[in-house]
Write a protein that binds this ligand. Structure first.
Ligand code: SOE
Length: 388
């Protein structure tokens, strides 16, 4: 019997638009979701060329009017892949229109906006997911199992460093991710959100922080067209400079609810050589685990209960059967990549449409993350420990 289809409207067609398009296109082919997603309409900025999204990514229609799109009676899911500042108005309008909503992270530029988004989806009683994609890595799911099952014992440390280097060049131009009015915060909200969410997913909620933020390059050249991409822009020189008013790097320490666990976080775009090095380390009384996204299919596990002569970090293949999601892809050891995380994400969201509670991060999780980000920014200015 043919499955019920759900019509998706994606708002935003840059980098996350590409990853989400791939997720919607592949999920029905590689998994068995309860609904078949139809890539109905992709919405871009006025004047944006959406020919690639239509002809290559498979969207049936294009639009430059998100307000009209989110209210279309034939749309079931609104998928928000815009720059952060547009997440709240699009999500609130989509909630009012009774749509199920996926929003990229961070949920919003501020805790206030994020809480308004959560209130809107709760009032509308619609399904809502926030795109913390790294939760959907088989290795991260395996690490969740190690922590939850007590295999690592009592957790002493959670340590995360999410390091990139795409704006180390002073000639890299101004883009939306470097302006507070568009992005809220810099590395903190963009990649710091991911490691904050991973801590809260794997170990526990951050309840108190102390922090420091730094902007290394304070002015950048303005070019005529900001593609919004992290690979820069092909825009023409304007001869103007503009001020970077967000952090290039954030470091913070967190205490975890109900524990003596110490969590340390580093989110930086100034680590030359680290392209998308999202790394976590967890150290417990019975064992430890290490993972990084640039080698995402394996994690290293140390078991204190191994015989002394056999102790050491062992590389575990997270692409072996028995791990989350891998059975739908390839035989053991035939690895997967960054793009597969979005297929897993869309699969869980489609499954969640029928379930009371989905197996994915919601706007509730995203607001909890945003509370930490806000406390980190406050602690950086008060130079004190701040409660979340
Ligand atoms: C830029 O830092 C970025 O595209 C993030 O916004 C994504 O969330 C991350 O997955 C990759 O890097």
């Amino acid at each position: 019997m043919a499955k019920k289809t759900v019509n998706v409207a994606m708002i935003g067609a840059q980098f996350m638009g590409k990853t989400h398009s791939n997720g919607w296109r592949q999920v029905g082919a590689m998994f068995d979701p309860p609904f078949t997603p139809v890539l109905k309409v992709v919405c871009g900025a006025p004047g944006e060329d959406l020919s690639v999204a239509k002809e290559k990514w498979g969207w049936e229609e294009t639009s430059d009017n998100w307000q009209e799109v989110v209210n279309r009676p034939d749309i079931d899911i609104v998928d928000i892949c815009t720059p952060n500042w547009l997440h709240p108005p699009v999500a609130i309008a989509a909630a009012k229109a009774g749509k199920a909503i996926v929003s990229e992270k961070p949920l919003a530029n501020s805790l206030k906006d994020a809480e308004e988004m959560l209130a809107a989806v709760k009032a509308a009683k619609v399904k809502h997911m926030c795109g913390f994609s790294y939760r959907f890595a088989p290795a991260v799911q395996a690490i969740k199992g190690l922590v939850s099952s007590g295999k690592l014992g009592h957790i002493f440390h959670f340590r995360a460093a999410y390091q990139q280097d795409w704006i180390v060049d002073p000639n890299f131009p101004m883009v939306w991710r470097l302006k507070k009015k568009h992005t809220g915060s810099g590395a903190l909200g963009d990649i710091g959100a991911h490691i904050t969410d991973l801590c809260q997913f794997l170990v526990g909620d951050v309840v108190e922080v102390t922090s420091a933020l730094q902007t290394f390059i304070k002015k950048r050249r303005v070019v005529s067209a900001d593609t919004g991409g992290i690979s820069g822009t092909a825009g023409k020189e304007t001869g103007k400079m503009d001020t970077v008013d967000v952090d290039d790097a954030a470091v913070f320490i967190g205490r975890i609810k109900g524990t003596d666990t110490l969590a340390t976080f580093e989110a930086t775009r100034f680590a030359p050589g680290r392209r998308n090095y999202n790394s976590i380390e967890i150290y417990g009384s019975e064992g430890s685990v290490l993972w990084n996204q640039e080698d995402m299919n394996v994690y290293e596990y140390f078991n204190r209960n191994d015989p002394a002569t056999l102790q050491g970090f062992r590389k575990v293949q997270a692409c072996d059967p028995g791990n989350a999601y891998v059975g739908n892809w390839w035989p053991s050891g035939h690895i997967i990549g960054y793009e597969h995380l979005f297929v897993h994400e869309m699969y869980e969201f489609l499954c969640g449409l029928k379930a009371k509670k989905g197996n994915y991060p919601t706007f509730e999780d995203a607001v909890k993350c945003q509370r930490v980000l806000e406390a980190v920014e406050k602690a950086a200015s008060t130079k004190k420990w701040e409660k979340v």
